[in-house]
Design a protein around this ligand. Structure first.
Ligand code: HEC
Length: 181
């Protein structure tokens, strides 16, 4: 084989490689086209938007059980400073403007000795379960119309969970938490 012939073969091989590379590039583009992130048109699947499902004012968040599972007792203790003006928490602590709250979880409503409760709170009846505390602390005057606890409430569900987790440490750590689902 002379040089001329060798050059011809080499050129053909090179051209072949180039063609394969080009075809490969085109194939890659054809197989993996880039799509726009948003669909160009929305398909009505009949699904209801979450905002329509939730009540008018608030979007339903995680359940109390879920929030309590990751609640922060230390944060709850800090938030309790708002309550400390009216409530003591130590065992046998005095009543102030509000009753002592030691062991409040699962304690029957309005039963702490030596405190004069409103008729509204006594009439509410039952024990202070997790849900009761959560509802009461959201807005006391809504949960118990006529309560004499003049406190606006704790708006953020996470903060209420921290607070309730803290109340749970006051002698009632063994009360099983609501399911976290
Ligand atoms: C301005 C004073 C005041 C503040 C602040 C306050 N409370 Fe009260 N709390 C009261 C009074 C008064 C009552 C009794 C209500 C009644 O008899 O209707 C009460 C009752 C309660 C009860 C029911 C007790 C029982 O024995 O049935 C709980 C639970 C409670 N408070 C928790 C809290 C928590 C938690 C906070 C803070 C987020 C808080 N309170 C903030 C005054 C207060």
């Amino acid at each position: 084989m002379n040089t001329f012939e060798f050059n011809k073969i080499a050129a053909a091989v090179l051209a072949g490689v180039l063609i394969i590379m080009v075809i490969n590039e085109i194939a890659t583009l054809a197989i993996h086209p880039t799509y726009p992130e948003e669909p160009a048109y929305a398909i009505d699947t009949g699904a209801v938007a979450s905002s329509e499902v939730a009540s008018n004012d608030e979007v339903a968040g995680p359940s109390l059980g879920v929030l309590l599972a990751s609640a922060d007792v230390a944060k709850g203790e800090k938030i309790f400073k708002k309550c400390g003006a009216c409530h003591t928490v130590e065992e046998g602590g005095p009543n102030k403007i509000g009753p002592n709250l030691h062991g409040i979880l699962n304690r029957d409503k309005g039963t702490h000795s030596g405190f004069s409760y409103s008729g509204a709170l006594i009439e509410k009846g039952g024990a202070w379960g997790y849900e009761d505390l959560d509802l009461f602390l959201t807005k006391p005057s809504t949960y118990i119309k006529g309560t004499k606890m003049s406190f606006a409430g704790v708006k953020k569900p996470e903060q209420r969970a921290d607070l309730i987790a803290y109340l749970r440490t006051l002698g009632k750590s063994d009360v099983p938490l609501p399911p976290a689902e």
